[in-house]
Ligand binder design. Structure first.
Ligand SMILES: Cc1cc2nc3c(=O)[nH]c(=O)nc-3n(C[C@H](O)[C@H](O)[C@H](O)COP(=O)(O)O)c2cc1C
Length: 439
């Protein structure tokens, strides 16, 4: 029987903008190893496929408004290796502001250290602020970022394959550690990179880390269809989720890939109460804590307009820049505009909707209601599983793991035990066969 997949999107005190202000929240959780270990442990006990850390090489959010300090994800996940044993560990890293050799090595290291539990959320990094941290005046164009990402992946996968699986023989008698004819430089010459190789690490347990991607623009979806094995996505309605799901599976199949090997995970923000009224109360309490002037500035930035053009108690202006004019996160801009227009929202109402999950769908209700909605999406061509983004952490994941997961397990929709040890096995994905000169 087909079963759900769950990823926990780690986010210090929770995905709600104002979660750090709740009395229960530790405002220093973003810098705490113990806090992250605690979250990973809850997710592992609930048999989640993976935990995930987002990232960007830039001071991402306003440090005045919410905890903005972000530990480097592969370092933090390496520390979680020691206190977990089965759960997958997915780190975000940018193809625009790294070199393939360093990054391929970092993910191979994480895969070796964790016994095959590493995943890479591949991002192209939107925004000129990040570009200015790397000697550029402005961000490379959206299309050029994806072209670089494509070559970046070509180089990385070839580096991971630069040692054959049988290269190491560790023959003490003969004094031969590895067969040098089974290790080969990649000698790559491309538009963006020149890399001789080989990698300075043997092929890792999973061969390649699990490749994850989250772009939803046309270029983003083409990139995902070619490279991604799991896809995160923000989809505010069931019908949009279904359309995205069908579109991406079709694109993957058109490239000759097995569509089952692209696992689609829309984000959801579960807000769980023992009664429907309790759940709604929790949601309302959080929304009251949002500082609207900061949220307005964030929306203006995504839409590519001056914040002065937006006013809290009016709808979005009619003449906004179109997706084709946005060089940042194109698809997030469209999602926000469509949502506001569809429901005729004022900017203040839009902020309330986005506060919980920045465009991800909020499932508010009792454990049974949340489980029912998950099942409905899963059985109606909208998802292979979910990226769980609790509004408040750790209480949100405690509630989800303790109350929703058992219902889904009872219904046979989610595992009660891990059957594999590696991240690819959790997601039902094969280990990549060796390609190229050493195959
Ligand atoms: C769940 C989720 C997590 C994401 N995490 C990151 C991240 O950590 N860093 C980042 O730069 N972008 C992140 N993104 C943004 C995407 O990589 C992508 O840029 C965005 O969805 C816009 O799509 P497009 O680039 O194809 O226009 C994330 C998106 C989603 C849906």
């Amino acid at each position: 029987m087909r079963q759900l997949h769950f990823n926990l999107f780690l986010h210090d005190t929770g995905h709600h903008e104002a979660s750090w202000r709740l009395p229960e929240s530790d405002p220093y959780a973003n810098l705490s190893l113990a806090a992250h270990q605690h979250l990973a442990k809850i997710a592992e006990e609930a048999k989640f496929d993976s935990v995930f850390l987002a990232d960007s090489p830039v001071l991402w959010s306003d440090p005045g408004r919410r905890p903005a300090g972000k530990l480097e994800p592969t370092l933090l996940l390496a520390a979680l290796v020691a206190t977990t044993s089965r759960i997958g560990l997915i780190a975000t890293a940018s193809t625009s502001y790294n070199e393939p050799y360093n990054l391929a090595r970092r993910f191979a290291s994480l895969d070796h250290l964790s016994g095959g539990r590493a995943g890479w959320n591949i991002v192209t990094t939107a925004g000129e602020a990040a570009a200015r941290n790397f000697g550029l005046d402005d961000q490379p164009l959206h299309k050029a970022r994806y072209e670089r990402a494509d070559e970046f992946l070509e180089v990385s996968t070839r580096l991971w394959d630069s040692w054959a699986d049988d290269a190491i023989v560790a023959d003490k008698e003969a004094g031969v550690h590895a067969r040098t004819d089974r290790v080969r430089g990649i000698n790559h010459r491309g538009a963006f990179f020149r890399v001789d190789g080989a990698l300075n690490l043997p092929r890792s347990p999973q061969a390649h880390p699990l490749l994850v991607q989250a772009g939803s623009s046309e270029d983003g979806k083409d990139f995902a269809a070619k490279w991604a094995e799991a896809v995160f996505t923000a989809q505010p309605t069931l019908s949009e989720s279904q359309a995205f799901y069908a579109d991406l599976k079709r694109r993957a199949a058109a490239l000759g890939r097995n569509p089952d090997h692209v696992v689609i995970l829309p984000g959801i923000v579960p807000v769980i109460g023992d009664t429907p009224a309790q759940a709604r109360e929790l949601e309302a309490e959080l929304d009251r804590l949002i500082a609207p002037q900061y949220a307005l500035a964030t929306i203006a930035h995504t839409l590519g307009v001056d914040p002065d053009l937006l006013s809290l108690d009016r709808p979005l202006p009619d003449d906004l820049p179109g997706e084709e004019q946005i060089e940042g996160a194109k698809s997030r801009r469209t999602l926000i505009v469509d949502w506001a227009r569809r429901e005729n929202l004022t900017v203040r109402q839009l902020i309330g909707k986005l506060g919980g999950g920045r465009g991800h769908r909020t499932f508010t209700g009792t454990p049974v209601q949340v489980a029912d909605t998950i099942q409905h999406y899963f059985e109606n061509g909208a998802a292979d599983g979910f990226n769980i983004m609790p509004a408040v952490l750790p209480s949100g994941i405690e509630a989800f793991a303790g109350k929703v997961v058992p219902i889904l397990q009872e219904r046979g929709l989610f595992r009660t035990e891990y059957t594999g040890t590696m991240l690819r096995e959790h997601y039902g994905l094969p280990r990549p066969a060796l390609e190229g000169a050493l195959a």
